[in-house]
Design a protein around this ligand. Structure first.
Ligand SMILES: Cc1ncc(COP(=O)(O)O)c(C=O)c1O
Length: 433
């Protein structure tokens, strides 16, 4: 007799190339069989030389990278896979600043920021961030990852009985923070302001705290959030706003203050979230908010209070990245990101489905999740590394090739990448008609 479990195993074996995320999530028996199955599946992909994931980089995230696949193969690829938008992760001055900081403070902070993990260099970064945003009266809360900022801030800001209204395409860290808070969570259709208003009309009763969560540049879609209208609506209904500028801080706006600056709403946003892993080229993140809010978050965001402070070397590097971003060099790099992204978009427009992307996060939608493995393997073998995405990062069967355009890419690299993509589109049948 073939049991349900046996047939699941057979299904995985038969369709091992057509990977979907939920393929290994069905088992609830006492034995963790899905994990063994998953592990065997990874082995099979490696043996078949088609596993493009978790390849090891052997150098910095420059515009071309050397990597070693899990089966030991080495490849040299055009790098459109890392969100090192301004190239700061390997900027010599940033590296030197990090080296100086590690020499002075040692490797780790060795304590929670609220106990004994706050160093002079953390205070310096807080002060410089306030200066960068031109908001000396606000507060900064530093976190050891961007993910943790959303998780901790939302969990601490909203309570059971409150309501959180999120764009349906908001990042996983925002969704998880909302769940953790215990507040009621509602979603409005991506960037649909009529839908947002309808929900706000329902939930804003003057007694409940309501938080609206959106992004500056959407990480899965590559389009801009409707920040002006979102802030106006939130104000009209007495709600608070959280804007995640993970992919836009240092990159968007005349002075690098993000899409909030671009749309002239920086002063009106309540919770401004930034990460240091993208434009800054490091790791960590911060909340910019009213001083009272930031102080409270420092103590009540559990993943900050109960976790080690940002490491000093990275903090030193971030200080330098911020200084560069505020300088003429920052302006030049920002302009180049935009020019490069426009050029890449222009090469692909009308030929493939770009979805709604119109920023330096460029997406090409190929649809079927089951093509992800084959397609990514193909792209790498042709010389292009991207940040391919399928469910649960994006809705099912809206799988996409995501590329991060940086200030350091050359025209030639962009042209080569576009040519590889168009070849792939022909091969995998996702050219626009
Ligand atoms: C919109 C958004 N917010 C938060 C994060 C988490 O940031 P980090 O990777 O720095 O933890 C990401 C990560 O890609 C993101 O895209």
């Amino acid at each position: 007799m073939i049991t349900q479990e046996d047939s699941h195993v057979q299904h995985v074996k038969a369709y091992f190339k057509e990977y979907t995320y939920d393929m290994f999530m069905m088992n609830v028996t006492p034995e963790p069989e899905e994990m063994i199955l998953f592990s065997n599946w990874v082995d099979t992909l490696n043996n078949e030389c088609i596993n493009s994931f978790e390849a090891v980089r052997t150098s910095a995230q420059t515009t071309e990278v050397d990597l070693v696949r899990q089966n030991g193969e080495t490849l040299h690829l055009l790098n459109f896979s890392s969100y090192n938008y301004l190239g700061f992760s390997y900027h010599p001055e940033v590296i030197r600043a990090a080296q100086d900081a590690v020499a002075k403070f040692g490797l780790g902070a060795s304590s929670s920021p609220v106990i004994s993990g706050t160093y002079g260099i953390h205070r310096a970064l807080e002060d410089k961030l306030l200066e960068f945003f031109g908001m000396p009266d606000r507060g900064i809360s530093l976190f050891s990852s961007g993910y943790a900022v959303n998780l901790g801030v939302i969990q601490a800001f909203a309570k059971p009985g409150n309501c959180i209204v999120l764009d349906s395409n908001a990042h996983m860290s925002i969704l998880e923070g909302a769940k953790l808070s215990g507040a009621k969570v509602k979603y409005f259709r991506h960037n649909d302001m009529e839908h947002l208003e309808k929900i706000l009309e329902e939930v804003c009763d003057g007694y409940t705290r309501v938080l609206v969560g959106v992004e500056g540049v959407y990480s899965g879609d590559g389009d801009y959030g409707n920040l002006k209208e979102t802030v106006q609506l939130a104000k009209k209904y007495g709600a608070y706003t959280l804007v995640d500028e993970a992919h836009s801080v240092l990159v968007a706006g005349e002075n690098g203050r993000g899409v909030c600056e671009m749309y002239g709403v920086l002063d009106e946003v309540d919770l401004y979230v930034m990460t240091f892993s993208k434009g800054f080229g490091g790791i960590g993140g911060a909340l910019l908010a009213r001083k009272e809010i930031s102080r409270y978050i420092n103590y009540y965001a559990k993943c900050r209070m109960f976790s080690c402070a940002l490491d000093p070397a990275v903090t030193g590097g971030m200080l330098k990245a911020l200084e560069l971003a505020a300088s003429e060099e920052g302006k030049i790099r920002r302009r180049r990101v935009q020019e490069n992204a426009d050029y890449f978009l222009q090469l692909l427009k009308g030929k493939v489905n770009l979805g709604v992307s119109n920023s330096w996060v460029l997406t090409v939608i190929y649809g079927n999740d089951k093509n992800t493995l084959d397609l990514n393997n193909y792209l790498q073998r042709k010389g292009l590394d991207t940040s391919i995405m399928q469910f649960p990062a994006v809705p099912k069967n809206e799988a996409r090739i995501r590329m991060f355009v940086t200030s350091e890419h050359t025209r030639e690299q962009i042209e080569k990448a576009a040519a590889i993509l168009l070849e792939a589109a022909e091969q995998f049948n996702f050219l626009s008609n």
